[in-house]
Structure formats: structure tokens, C-alpha cells
Design a protein around this ligand. Structure first.
Ligand SMILES: Cc1cc2nc3c(=O)[nH]c(=O)nc-3n(C[C@H](O)[C@H](O)[C@H](O)COP(=O)(O)OP(=O)(O)OC[C@H]3O[C@@H](n4cnc5c(N)ncnc54)[C@H](O)[C@@H]3O)c2cc1C
Length: 534
């Protein structure tokens, strides 16, 4: 399929998870992008397995979460083995109870994520132009001109904004001259998605031994497992590695023989930890693996790319539609670069503990780590904190310039993800939750506490007239059924409290009281709304 247009407001390069999420979020926010990919069509490779709770929350807002959950499988937990002996069993099912509608890790292969997002694009009349590669980018005032190659034919296209979702070897990043600093880990790893003749249970089995490491991940399909490990030195120079090559090493580390009935995917790969110096240069933005790559410890890679897209898309959509000042786009790198930096550090540390083989680290792994893990796992508070990190629900942008915190409370602050709190909607007399109130595109203004009916009416009218379609309005009156919400926001007096939630479900403004000047100040001077209509 050929691109008929000569200009597009947004060109997305790469239809992996990050690029597809970017397109889906732009569409949700009313902007039609063009998305291209050099591949022939959607991938069938499983790649990333873990979908974290924060990504499921985004899927819920997009209206596709039911399909995702139906075809995935909840992770049960991790068994930590040293020299093929079980040392600690760490269950993770429902460890995030009360923190999110999805208090677990969902095993759901990357290609399935891509399919769900592709379907969303199709339903919104946004095709992916496959077999179309970006070659060059030239920026002039107000636009970027790109050359694309499709079926051996070169074409040019102009765009106002270019999204580099084109993976670790990003052409967008290279064309923008952005360094991608970091390193490549020396060892080679194997990955095999296999059907076995027996069921090994629902836990991830992690094995550490003097010969290296191996792990077995249950996949959603019956008796299907992913086996990963370090390639034995004896195979380092061998080309075309087969399942028969890797099984002896695997058996040595795990102490068990596996009967393989079918191999779905086998690959060897090196791991990298690198991050782009900038996530933006002029009209080009980097998201996902184009911006950061790291070891897959903790299943964070794909999820981080999805959330880069989620963070950038609503801001860019607002700029494209002439609603926001372009300056809001700077907040993308300000908010997401610290997240990526932290992720690289934690995954690097975890990976080094697993892989390092010196005498001290070995002693720590075999004699101290199992006890330490059991000790930590017995503490509910620590498990809760661990889930916040793993699920990415704990990511906060408290230092962002898009915040105004005018409240006395200190537990929840502007910049935090909107907590998941169940509520009783007095108006509709139904159970719902705060996230559900933020299901529509745009900002959501929530007033909590005791407000006289006339004041409420005037406020709703003012919001409708001042920010039509840009600001949704909800009211949560004081009631015993919703006391826990008031407790969470540390509301002790009858004085109303207001919060303004960004389209990506992070709190932008918290105020002790209701003041339309403050709402206007936030929207006009912090977000810098130019046009008040959607
Ligand atoms: C073997 C393997 C196993 C993995 N396992 C895990 C895991 O268990 N957990 C985890 O979290 N992550 C894992 N990952 C990483 C995860 O797959 C990535 O983090 C994720 O794919 C990043 O998504 P992305 O959309 O940013 O980039 P990609 O998925 O790399 O997508 C980039 C897209 O851009 C296209 N493209 C590239 N250049 C151009 C161009 N010039 N023009 C047009 N299109 C272009 C490519 O064809 C590709 O479709 C694994 C990766 C691999 C390779």
C-alpha cells in the first residue's frame, strides 16, 4: 500500500509496541497519524512476555483490556533455585491487591499486544504502511522532510512531528545525531519457546549455578514454556544453534531433563544497556527501544515503551490541534528520561547479580540471597513497595513543570499517578473507581467534599463554558461509603478538595479548596492552553 498524502502532522516510524501505542493514543486524542514499518507485516515472535499493571490500566482506558486478559495468564510467582535446589518460593498473584484493578503480572506475548493495538488502529481507519522504511530526515523551519523507501521506490513526505519508535537501531535517532551511550554485555544468551510433554507448573523457575543461569517461564498456552539462559562457552562460535544444542546446558543448570514436543521460536542474542542522550531533537522524538534498551530482568522493556507513548501522545495531540503551546512537549523528556535512567540502573544491578561469578557474589547468591528474599517476602509493606516498582504504578512525575501542588497533604502529590480507589457514585448509585472517571480523553476535574448545590451548578457551568470538551467534571460528595477516598487524600475538614487529572491519569493539580482562578491558572499558565475547544 502506498502513502497517498504528501504531508502528515505526525509520522510514526516503527510499528512495534511503542509505535502502535503512539498511534492508538493519538487517534484516541483526535489526531490521525501516518505509521510505517520496514517489516513485511506484523511480527509472530513472542519477544516480551510480561504486561505490567500500569500497561493494563492504559489498555483499560483504551477499551481493549478484556481481550488482553482473556488471552493472557496471570503470573503465579518465582521459584529461586541454587544448583537445581529450590531455595525460596515467592508468590506474586494478587500482590498488588487494592492498588490497581490488575494486581498481578500478566503473561501475554508481545505479538499479541501488537495485534490488539493493530486492531484498534484498524477500527480507527489508521493502516500501517508495511515494507516502508525511513531513510533520511531533513528539518527546516516548521517541518521535517523524510525520504521513505517502499518496494524499491523512493518517495518524500513532510511532517510536523516525527516519532522515532524504530527500535534500538533507530534511524530517527541517528539522523538527529543523538548519541546512544552505554554498553553491550559480553555474553550471548539463548531463548527458546517450546512445548514440553509435561506441565512444569505456573511459577517462573530461576536457576543460578556455577555454570551460569537459566530460567523457565510458563506461557499462556498449555505446556508451553520459554527457556532462557546463557549460551555455554562451547557453543559460542557455533552458527544455527538448535534446541538439541541448548538442552544439555539447560539440564546441567536445572538438573532436569526436558522432553520437547515442538519448538516455536529459538534465537540467540546479546543484551545491551544504552540510553539516548536526548529524547527529543527539534521535531523528532524518541520512544521505546529507540530511546533506551536494557536487560529484560523484571519484564519492563515493552511496558516502558508503551508508557513513553502514553506520556507523549496527549501532549502532541494537543499541540497538533492547536490547543496547547508547543512548550508542553519539553515535559516529555523531563518526565520520561529520569524513569529510563532509573530503569537502566536497576536492571543493570539485578542483571549483574544474576550473571557475576566472583567468589563474593557467589557467596551472597548461595548463602545470603535466599534468606534475604524470604525475609523480604514475609513483609507485606515491602511486597507492596516491590509491586509498585514492578508494575510501574509507582512512577511519579513530582518534579515535572506540569504540576501545581497547593494542598497540605503529603501522601498524594501533584505528579503522582492517580491512585486506584473504588468509589460509590452517588449520582448514578453505582460502584465505580477514580480511573473509570478518567476514561474519556481530556483532563478530569474532581471536586471532593461538601459543596452546596448552587456552587456545584455554577462550577459545572463555568467548566463547560471555559474549557468545553477539554475538562471533564466529577463530584464526590462526603459519604461513609467513600470515606476511604477522603482518608487517602488526607481530607479531614469539610472544606472541599479539588484535583485535576491529566489525560494520562497523573495528577496535575491538587488544591485545598475550590477556586476557578486556580483552575484557570493551571490550565492557562502551567499547561498553557491556547485554544479552549477540543
Ligand atoms: C529476543 C528478544 C527477547 C525479548 N524479551 C523481552 C522480555 O522478556 N521482556 C521485555 O520487556 N522485553 C523483551 N524484549 C524487548 C522488547 O521486545 C522491546 O523492549 C520492545 O520490542 C520495544 O518495542 P519498540 O516498539 O520500542 O521497538 P521494536 O519492537 O524494536 O519495534 C521497532 C519497529 O521499528 C521498525 N523499524 C526499524 N527501523 C525502521 C525504519 N528505518 N523504517 C521503518 N521502520 C523501522 C522495525 O521493523 C520494528 O517493527 C525482547 C527483545 C528480543 C529481541
Amino acid at each position: 500500500m502506498k502513502i497517498a498524502k504528501q504531508h502528515t502532522p505526525v509520522l510514526i516510524v516503527g510499528a512495534g509496541p511503542s509505535g502502535l501505542m503512539m498511534a492508538a493514543q493519538l487517534l484516541r486524542n483526535g489526531v490521525q497519524p501516518i505509521i510505517i514499518d520496514s517489516k513485511q507485516g506484523p511480527t509472530t515472535q513472542s519477544k516480551a512476555l510480561a504486561v505490567q499493571a500500569r500497561s493494563l490500566e492504559i489498555y483499560r482506558q483504551l477499551g481493549v483490556v478484556d481481550t488482553v486478559i482473556q488471552n493472557g495468564k496471570q503470573g503465579a510467582g518465582l521459584i529461586f533455585n541454587i544448583n537445581d535446589k529450590e531455595q525460596a518460593r515467592l508468590p506474586i498473584n494478587n500482590i498488588g491487591e487494592g492498588q490497581t484493578p490488575f494486581p498481578y503480572v500478566l503473561v501475554y506475548q508481545q505479538y499479541k499486544n501488537e495485534r490488539v493495538l493493530l486492531d484498534y488502529l484498524t477500527q480507527n481507519c489508521c493502516p500501517v504502511y508495511w515494507e516502508t522504511s525511513l531513510e533520511t530526515v531533513t528539518e527546516t523551519a516548521g517541518k521535517a522532510t523524510v525520504t521513505l523507501v517502499s518496494s524499491g521506490e523512493k518517495t518524500t513526505l513532510t511532517c510536523n512531528w516525527l516519532i522515532g519508535a524504530d527500535g534500538a537501531h533507530s534511524v530517527v535517532r541517528k539522523q538527529a545525531g543523538i548519541p546512544f551511550n552505554g554498553d553491550t554485555y559480553p555474553r550471548t544468551f539463548y531463548l527458546a519457546d517450546l512445548n514440553l510433554n509435561t506441565s512444569l507448573g505456573d511459577y517462573i523457575d530461576l536457576y543460578l549455578s556455577k555454570d551460569g543461569f537459566a530460567a523457565i517461564f510458563p506461557m499462556p498456552e498449555d505446556k508451553r514454556y520459554r527457556l532462557i539462559g546463557n549460551l555455554p562457552d562451547t557453543l559460542a562460535d557455533k552458527e544455527d544453534i538448535t534446541v538439541e544444542d541448548i538442552l544439555p546446558g539447560m539440564e546441567q543448570v536445572t538438573g532436569a531433563k526436558q522432553q520437547v514436543t515442538e519448538c516455536h521460536w529459538l534465537t540467540t542474542y546479546k543484551l545491551h544497556h544504552r540510553m539516548a542522550d536526548k529524547f527529543r531533537s527539534g521535531r523528532s522524538f524518541l520512544i521505546g527501544d529507540a530511546a533506551h534498551v536494557h536487560s529484560p530482568v523484571g519484564g519492563q522493556g515493552m511496558n516502558t515503551g508503551l508508557q513513553d507513548a502514553y506520556n507523549l501522545a496527549w501532549k502532541l495531540a494537543g499541540v497538533v490541534k492547536g490547543q496547547f503551546n508547543e512548550l508542553i512537549l519539553d515535559s516529555y523528556a523531563d518526565e520520561r528520561m529520569p524513569v529510563a535512567k532509573r530503569l537502566l540502573n536497576t536492571t543493570d544491578t539485578a542483571f549483574n547479580i544474576i550473571m557475576k561469578r566472583n567468589i563474593f557474589v557467589n557467596f551472597f547468591k548461595s548463602h545470603m540471597m535466599p534468606g534475604l528474599l524470604k525475609f523480604l517476602w514475609a513483609r507485606e509493606g515491602l511486597k507492596k513497595e516491590f509491586f509498585k516498582i514492578l508494575s510501574q504504578t509507582g512512577i511519579s512525575y513530582r518534579d515535572s513543570k506540569l504540576n501545581m501542588h497547593l494542598g497540605r497533604g503529603s501522601k498524594i502529590k501533584a505528579g503522582d499517578r492517580l491512585p486506584y480507589l473504588k468509589i460509590f457514585d452517588e449520582k448514578k448509585q453505582t460502584e465505580t473507581d477514580l480511573h473509570q472517571w478518567c476514561a474519556q480523553p481530556g483532563f478530569t476535574f474532581i471536586a471532593m467534599g461538601k459543596i452546596a448545590e448552587m456552587d456545584l451548578f455554577s462550577l459545572a457551568k463555568w467548566i463547560n463554558q471555559t474549557y468545553p470538551q477539554l475538562l471533564n467534571f466529577y463530584y464526590l460528595p462526603l459519604s461513609s461509603k467513600n470515606q476511604h477516598v477522603f482518608d487517602a487524600f488526607e481530607i479531614t475538614s469539610p472544606q472541599p478538595r479539588t484535583i485535576l487529572v491529566r489525560p494520562d491519569m497523573h495528577i496535575g493539580l491538587i488544591n485545598d479548596g475550590i477556586n476557578t482562578d486556580i483552575i484557570r491558572n493551571y490550565m492557562d499558565n502551567v499547561v498553557e492552553v491556547l485554544s479552549r475547544e477540543s
